[in-house]
Design a protein around this ligand. Structure first.
Ligand SMILES: [Zn+2]
Length: 306
């Protein structure tokens, strides 16, 4: 008998998943801010090695949680959409909608749904790629260099150029404080992207390896930038041999949602952005950006997609 996709439940899971990934990025940012708070502005330059190690470790832990969450989410959405369970990490024999919801609830730390304990038919393949910790560590190192080490070097040069005598104390303190804030924001954004990329890459790769998957769509956060709103307005991206990269950016909390059935349903916001795009009527990306920013009731993009 044909399975009817449980759209309402899927949309609840999608909303909970996006929020949970966003929370992992926020948790990363908070823990990284704690690390930075232990260092005085003038000590940052001499603490770079130690900070780099802590940055990578914090990314690693949060990205691992993001991956576990994304696998529970993928398996749940697939089962709700097709009535079948897929194998791989975290698969347990006798899996049911009840056990998949329980796994998902556990990964999000919130009870979003529940289901019957009737075992579902199983597709035994494992579509989930092994984690590539070396690549992740390299990316964390690059982010740290760009967002922390390079900024610190520039700041040191500026400080030397100014000569502290030229500044009264209050001005100097404000200058140092501003520097630390920009350092914190830049590195938190870049790290948060790496954290959520744990889950995004997992889903992106899993659907390439899963004959049951047909594509994905973008679920945005509550106030996406113009770029993400445009991507979301396009709806489903059907998979091909070369499915385009997801295109996340720092301070972006968009997630990739896998699709397994042509009868999938998009979240309301995706439809809202599609209408906005139609009303816009076409033009350059810069025109769209202006138009999108000008829409009443819309909060400013948190950061342009550089
Ligand atoms: Zn985004």
């Amino acid at each position: 008998m044909a399975w009817t996709p449980r759209s309402a439940e899927i949309l609840r899971a999608v909303a909970a998943y996006q929020l949970a990934q966003e929370a992992l990025a926020a948790d990363f940012a908070a823990r990284w801010a704690e690390v930075l708070a232990t260092v005085e502005a003038r000590e940052v330059a001499s603490s770079l090695d130690e900070l780099s190690t802590q940055y990578a470790a914090t990314v690693r832990e949060s990205a691992a949680a993001s991956r576990v969450l994304s696998i529970a989410f993928y398996r749940l959405v697939r089962a709700l959409e097709t009535g079948r369970v897929i194998g791989g990490p975290g698969y347990r024999p006798g899996a049911s909608l009840g056990s998949l919801w329980a796994d998902f609830n556990k990964a999000t730390g919130k009870r979003t749904g529940s289901g019957p304990s009737t075992p579902l038919p199983v597709d035994t393949r494992n579509p989930f790629p092994a984690e590539d910790l070396a690549r992740e560590a390299r990316r964390a190192e690059e982010s740290f260099r760009r967002e922390v080490a390079d900024r610190v070097a520039r700041h040191e040069r500026e400080r030397a150029g100014r000569g502290s005598a030229a500044l009264d104390d209050a001005e100097l303190v404000a200058w140092e404080k501003e520097f630390l804030e920009s350092l914190k924001s830049g590195s938190a954004g870049a790290g948060g992207m790496l954290v959520q990329d744990g889950g995004r890459d997992m889903i992106h790769n899993a659907l390439q390896n899963d004959p049951g998957a047909i594509g994905y769509y973008r679920k945005t956060d509550a106030s996406p930038c113009y770029f993400c709103a445009l991507m979301a307005s396009r709806g489903a991206v059907y998979k091909s041999k070369r499915t385009a990269a997801f295109g996340a950016h720092p301070h972006c909390h968009c997630q990739a949602v896998p699709i397994f059935s042509r009868r999938y349903q998009l979240p309301a916001e995706n439809g809202k952005y599609a209408r906005l795009w139609r009303d816009f009527g076409g033009g350059s990306l810069a025109d769209w950006r202006t138009y999108y920013k000008g829409q009443a009731g819309r909060s400013k993009p948190k950061r342009p997609a550089e």
